[in-house]
Design a protein around this ligand. Structure first.
Ligand SMILES: CCCCC/C=C\C/C=C\C/C=C\C/C=C\C/C=C\CCCCC(=O)SCCNC(=O)CCNC(=O)[C@H](O)C(C)(C)COP(=O)(O)OP(=O)(O)OC[C@H]1O[C@@H](n2cnc3c(N)ncnc32)[C@H](O)[C@@H]1OP(=O)(O)O
Ligand code: FAD
Length: 677
């Protein structure tokens, strides 16, 4: 152990980690600034982290694993109020800082110091407020937004029902306009129409955005959004006509009180229909305002965009834990009479972990780029231009699907990399995994969203066939008709072009398949269904090509004025990422490009050399994510590397250790062992 001063405190640091940090050849702070989107953001983030975490209010006295479900929820509500107060106060102090807002990555990060699972207010922050911002008229906004931002009301987003989640048009809850009273009557006509899943609905919120089928003058106009009060603002009792409760234990999100909601002819004022995109006049006349009917789905697009950033952060946490632990952990004896090596020195361990670091960078840069695209499309929509929306929908759908799926898979690999101790709850890897694993399903299931992107790609292909211009992310399709396979080029640019050919080749194969089925007499819908396995694969290939291109270009752009070693290490990670996926997808490359067996051999050699090049900087790279111990919440991943001490300290907190003999011994085990039971 070595003693080191950190933030004014003297701490003991594991000697292997001290050596690792001494080996690091680049400026860690510089990389942190790049990942944060600039030094100004890092300074601001650290300031808010200090304010919100230094007083220890985020800490639990008893680890929440030992609390009952009810106590865990109550503890989460208590901490949510402290957390929300910090956001309110800091937001007021932050005017002018355009990069930080209500849903800023900074507030997101500190939330993890407060909640091992989630805050019951997650959907208030992530969905209720964004829906108010996106779906209200200016008058409605003036009424609802200040109340929601001040937490005078707390809300959630209630869309999914027992019977339907994916197929929104199939939702059954009705909102029928009554012109006599100028009210909407909300009703749940069947068991399958019961609302199910909304976060915070079970016990926490008093308002919600409800998605329901709008009926007026006897005509159904499809799903619309309504602001519905469900609990009394004083007593918190459910209002008449409302049945509401918690849906019970889940694989994760257990402090999130996901709920059910049943309406029995519950009335709300006409003004509570969110009327930015469509209106119902007092006499019941339906007026469509928006030019694109899917603008009602705006909150989902927003959350899908945010989830990409969410994935980058969660993977950064998991790999920080796994790399630090792998530097501390020593195991086996590959050579006789030699000391046991750090497990990080095993090539296979590097193969598990360095791709996770690279992926966290790839997702961070892709997420920043996607967010910019999102804000630019929002600006277009404000100017009544809706032609950029389909591309944003296609991009956010496939990126949400692939990033959540990759991130869950890589977090599980981080757990594998930590052996048995990775399975301890105190490693925090199981909590991170159960949180991330749900993201592949919610906000649009993986397969469903990739099929949305595939629809866009098939249409784009038809445009390209007609030699019509297409948007930037699919401009590579224009080269799909070049007949000759170009010689394999293993440079970064060459690999990206090769994967664009893979995507184009897969889309082309889908088109051929759909047309083949149509020629055999199938209608388009059936031909589409028969092609869906290939369509999902084509959308995945397109998405990966977008990520490769974005990661590569953003790395060059963001390191243009960096110090040489920072530039090198960031480029090495990007190259590693491209080599890793080339080797993972050799089948695709053999099918659609001129890659040969010899090229695969070369790729493998280059990949393994790159692992060795990155090895000395591994701990520095995860330190550069700059995730405080309070946020990591891990016995294995803390900055000081006191892994075994922390494991033991945490074990001693088990209530089972409070007494030398548990009463069940005398009550059950002893009589059983003595044959008396
Ligand atoms: C942990 C502490 C946090 C602390 C908080 C601090 C800060 C917060 C920070 C960040 C928060 C933000 C996010 C991060 C995390 C969490 C968020 C919070 C909670 C999330 C919990 C989960 C919530 C939910 O799950 S809500 C429910 C979501 N449900 C879905 O997503 C349903 C999926 N289904 C669909 O989207 C659609 O039904 C569909 C499958 C796309 C099909 O729709 P349909 O109407 O049938 O359309 P059709 O197929 O006919 O297509 C017609 C046409 O429309 C196009 N289309 C479809 N959708 C869209 C769209 N959204 N936009 C534009 N266009 C769209 C479609 O492509 C077709 O086009 P075309 O005809 O082919 O041209
Ligand atoms: C932790 C968590 C939190 C949630 N929070 C909220 C919330 O706050 N508010 C809210 O409204 N909802 C919420 N949800 C619900 C969530 O949005 C839905 O569960 C999700 O959209 C998936 O829909 P589903 O459950 O209907 O799945 P289904 O659509 O029933 O999916 C089942 C299977 O069928 C497949 N499938 C479905 N349709 C097709 C198709 N057209 N083609 C091919 N395959 C298909 C899917 O790929 C999947 O494998 C939450 C869910 C979870 C798990």
């Amino acid at each position: 152990m070595k003693i080191k001063m950190l933030a004014g405190k003297t701490i003991e640091i594991n000697v292997d980690l001290v050596k690792e940090r001494a080996k690091c050849n680049f400026n860690i702070r510089e990389v942190t600034h790049i990942l944060d989107g600039g030094e100004k953001n890092t300074i601001q983030r650290k300031k808010i982290e200090d304010i919100s975490l230094n007083d220890g209010q985020s800490r639990d006295v008893i680890p929440e694993e030992y609390l009952s479900p009810k106590e865990r929820y109550e503890n989460a509500v208590k901490k949510s109020c402290i957390y929300a107060r910090i956001i309110k106060t800091e937001l007021m102090n932050m005017t002018g800082l355009e990069t930080l807002g209500f849903n800023s990555p900074v507030f997101r990060r500190i939330a993890d110091a407060y909640f091992k699972e989630v805050t019951p207010l997650l959907a208030h922050f992530g969905m209720f407020v964004p829906t108010i911002m996106g779906q209200c008229t200016p008058e409605q906004l003036a009424h609802w937004l200040p109340r929601a931002l001040n937490f005078e009301i707390v809300g959630t987003y209630v869309q999914t029902e027992l019977g339907h989640g994916t197929f929104i048009r199939g939702l059954e809850t009705t909102a029928t306009y009554d012109p006599q009273t100028e009210e909407f009557v909300l009703h749940s006509p069947t068991l399958s129409s019961y609302k199910w899943w909304a976060g915070g609905l079970g016990k926490t919120v008093n308002y919600c955005v409800v998605v329901a089928q709008l009926y007026t003058k006897g005509v159904c106009h499809g799903v619309h959004t309504f602001i519905v009060q469900i609990r009394d603002e004083e007593t918190h009792m459910p209002l008449p006509g409302i049945r509401v409760g918690d849906i019970g234990p889940k694989m994760g999100y257990n402090t999130g009180d996901n709920g059910f909601l049943v309406f029995n002819h519950h009335r709300i004022p006409r003004e509570n229909m969110m009327m930015k995109n469509a209106q119902v006049l007092k006499d019941g006349t339906y007026v469509k305002v928006a030019r694109h009917e899917k603008l009602t789905y705006g909150t989902m697009v927003y959350v899908r965009v945010m989830l990409v950033n969410e994935m980058a952060f969660n993977l950064a946490k998991a790999v920080t834990i796994a790399v630090r632990y792998s530097a501390v952990r020593r195991q086996s004896q590959p050579k006789p009479n030699q000391p046991e090596p750090q497990v990080l020195d095993y090539l296979t361990q590097q193969h598990k972990l360095f791709i996770c670091i690279a992926t966290a960078h790839a997702l961070q840069f892709t997420s920043d780029w996607l967010y910019k695209t999102f804000t630019s499309v929002l600006a277009d929509i404000r100017d009544d231009k809706i032609d950029t929306l389909p591309e944003l929908h296609a991009l956010s759908s496939c990126l949400k699907a692939i990033c959540t799926s990759d991130c869950a898979a890589f977090i599980e690999i981080c757990r594998f990399a930590c052996g048995g101790h990775g399975y301890m709850a105190s490693s925090n890897l199981s909590m991170i995994y159960s949180y991330v694993s749900a993201t592949r399903t919610y906000e649009g299931d993986y397969t469903v969203l990739l099929l949305q992107t595939a629809r866009f790609l098939v249409k784009a292909w038809e445009q390209v066939e007609k030699r019509r211009p297409v948007t930037s992310t699919i401009s590579y399709l224009s080269h799909a008709f070049d007949k000759l396979k170009k010689p394999w080029d293993g440079s970064n640019e060459g690999i990206i072009r090769a994967f664009q050919r893979v995507a184009a080749g897969k889309i082309s194969a889908c088109i051929n398949c759909i047309r083949y089925h149509q020629k055999s007499g199938k209608d388009f819908e059936d031909a589409w269904q028969l092609t869906t396995i290939q369509l999902v694969a084509a959308a995945e290939a397109h998405c990966r090509a977008v990520i490769y291109d974005t990661y590569y270009n953003e790395t060059i752009r963001l390191t243009a004025s960096s110090s040489p070693n920072v530039k090198s290490v960031m480029e090495q990670l990007c190259t590693l990422y491209l080599l890793y996926w080339s080797l993972e997808r050799t089948g695709d490359l053999l099918r659609f490009t001129s890659l040969s067996e010899k090229d695969i051999f070369d790729l493998q050699q280059r990949y393994e050399k790159m692992l060795a090049v990155i090895r000395p900087n591994a701990v520095g790279l995860v330190d550069a994510f700059d995730i405080r111990d309070e946020i990591l919440n891990s016995t294995l991943g803390a900055y000081d590397g006191r892994v075994y001490e922390r494991l033991m300290e945490e074990a001693l907190k088990s209530p089972l250790n409070a007494e030398p003999v548990n009463s069940s011994f005398h009550k059950h085990l002893k009589p059983f062992m003595q044959g008396k039971l």
